[in-house]
Design a protein around this ligand. Sequence first.
Ligand SMILES: [Fe+2]
Ligand SMILES: [Fe+2]
Length: 357
Amino acid sequence: MKITRRNFLTYSGIAGTTGLITVSGLVNSPLNFVSLAYGEEHGFTFAYISDSHLIVKPGYAREHRFTRALKKAVADVNTISPAPDFVLYGGDLAQLGLKEELDLGRGILADLKPKLHMMVGEHDWYYDLGDKWQELFGKPWYSFDHKGVHFVVLNSVVVEDYWSAGNMSQMERMLFMAQLDNPKGKPFTVGKGYLGNTQVEWLKKDLAKVAKNTPVLVFSHSPLYKYYKSWNFWTDDAGDIQKILAPFKNVTVLHGHTHQVLLNRIKNITFYGMLSTAWPWPYAPQGLPELTRQMDRSDPFNQFDACGTGKIMFGSKGGADKIYDLWDREPMMVAFKDVVAGKVPSQPEAQHSGPSY
Ligand SMILES: [Fe+2]
Ligand SMILES: [Fe+2]
């Protein structure tokens, strides 16, 4: 039987108890749907997990649901066969940047079988300005090469000092940052959310030694374009970063932070938003980026509706096909060739069939 992309997704949806594209019943089977469907086209795959927002409540009788969600994500990724080459974590591991939240997260992520690359989110950072996160995970920006692709991991949640003048405590600083609808204004709004000069200069130098036909994959927490400033879905110096990336033939940016299926293409750069394991954000009220297919959250009482993890299949000639592994929906495939052609990804039919119980 010929396995097409369309029926591949259908089959994986029927059998996918974990929401992952690898069919759990076939994990140990030589028949692998991924290689059947995509075989020759991809050089390698990797998985991502993002925005777990772990909360630790002393004396809380049972494990918080966000903790259970991250454990589920780690277990899901560990079942993918063949195993992804590595896992990218997209930031916001903690909710309030507390030591106990970050320690908890590191302990859970330590169970991942593939190698882990970490990125920081604003929820990890603004309690102690990154001290604990860096102690656990190292530098907040770096690059590495993997099978002919140059990967860059950024700290895109640097903001101007909004705390010193008001003499804010550590927790006040964190909460000021964490509120989506802060009536006093958002740090990304009253100040700037950006990479900052030091990091931009580092990025220029890092990319100067990379050949222009090398595929480049950038990993940022906030989107590297201007989506919706009032919710911090924004990077102020996005234009500068896009210019640095402009000479490269094939650039992919993956970001967390927006907790939704999100797609955009600006010139040579394709941007994909990642899913959260904790909750989905709604779409911004003022328009959607090009190519984005809005998803309804049909069941707000279902914690996992519109949450999940994801998988990227990097093409042997560059360009990434992306699968959103929605925990309570059909997986959503975004094919690179369709993005380049300006085609909005189709929604899975099951999405309109109401909540799943
Ligand atoms: Fe987040
Ligand atoms: Fe975030």
